[in-house]
Design a protein around this ligand. Structure first.
Ligand SMILES: NC(=O)c1ccc[n+]([C@@H]2O[C@H](COP(=O)([O-])OP(=O)(O)OC[C@H]3O[C@@H](n4cnc5c(N)ncnc54)[C@H](OP(=O)(O)O)[C@@H]3O)[C@@H](O)[C@H]2O)c1
Length: 263
């Protein structure tokens, strides 16, 4: 089984550098897909209340037979539940649906600046972490300015910012800002939805040179930027292929050529 490297978080915890995206993995089939991924070696799982699959992801964790303490479960606060009391109540609903006492990583799904309540939510998340119900707190889809505001107003920066990041959208400024503060960047849609990248000649040539698949080159590029990736697949063979990305390395020239691609 693949030994997955991990990155340190500013709160002293660690996060595996690859996890399973679970958007649209729902119901019994979703739980099976999650259990299959865990048995294949995935330890980080990315759910959200908005995906309406916390029940399936929790069930998949139990079905896998892997100890709870080995798994890093992520879920997210929905947009319409921002605010201090609303966040406490929303977290309770997530924990109940997951059938878990502790959430390993809890994220604000979107900043929703027009509501301007994300700082209140953040204070509630700090409280929940202090109470031991959350191990690490973070955000998603936040700009560097919004991240700085959390630090300024509460003294606490997020451990993680989960943002869209893939070939053609490398988030260089945000990565540099976060690296300087020890905030881990987690890349969502790293395969760009399994899209046209599969046919790109630079990607396919690089894959051929390393004797790997296009998706492995794409994920490797992302990992070598220093981010965590959370590719989603419902298929056991594709899940396994996506995890098998630690046996080769892209050189500087390959990284640079891939970084210029625009899709
Ligand atoms: N925070 C946010 O706002 C946010 C937004 C979007 C996504 N996310 C998270 O990020 C996760 C990943 O992003 P995503 O789901 O948008 O897209 P993605 O992981 O880039 O792509 C998923 C698609 O690629 C296909 N695929 C996966 N592995 C493949 C392979 N080896 N070969 C060919 N096709 C493959 C999957 O189909 P099969 O299932 O059929 O393999 C699926 O259609 C989500 O599931 C979610 O957890 C977060």
């Amino acid at each position: 089984m693949t030994d997955i490297p991990s990155l340190p978080l500013i709160d002293g915890n660690r996060i595996p550098t690859i996890g399973l995206g679970t958007y649209s993995l729902q119901g019994d089939a979703g739980a099976d897909a999650v259990a299959t991924a865990i048995r294949a070696g995935y330890r980080l799982l990315d759910s959200a209340q908005g995906y309406e699959n916390e029940d399936a992801v929790g069930e998949g964790m139990r079905r896998s037979g892997v100890q709870r303490s080995e798994l890093v479960l992520t879920t997210k606060l929905p947009d319409e539940q921002h605010g201090f009391d609303e966040t406490l109540a929303s977290f309770d609903r997530s924990a109940a649906t997951l059938h878990l006492d502790i959430v390993d990583l809890y994220l604000i799904h979107w900043p929703v600046p027009e509501q301007d309540r994300f700082v209140e939510s953040w204070r509630a998340m700090i409280r929940l972490r202090e109470e031991g119900r959350i191990r690490s707190i973070g955000v998603s889809n936040f700009s560097s300015e919004q991240v700085d505001r959390l630090g300024r107003e509460t003294g606490e920066l997020p451990a993680v910012n989960q943002v869209e990041l893939h070939i053609g959208l490398d988030q260089a400024d945000l990565r540099a800002h976060h690296a300087a503060r020890g905030i881990v960047v987690e890349s969502y849609s790293p395969l760009k939805h399994g899209s046209e990248l599969a046919k790109d000649p630079v990607i396919t040539r690089t894959a051929e040179a390393h004797g790997v698949q296009w998706n492995q080159v794409v994920l490797r590029w992302n990992l070598q930027l220093g981010t965590v990736v959370i590719p989603r697949s419902k298929d056991a063979a594709r899940q396994a292929a996506n995890l098998d990305v630690f046996g080769f390395q892209l050189d500087d020239e390959e990284m640079a050529a891939i970084s210029t691609l625009r899709h």
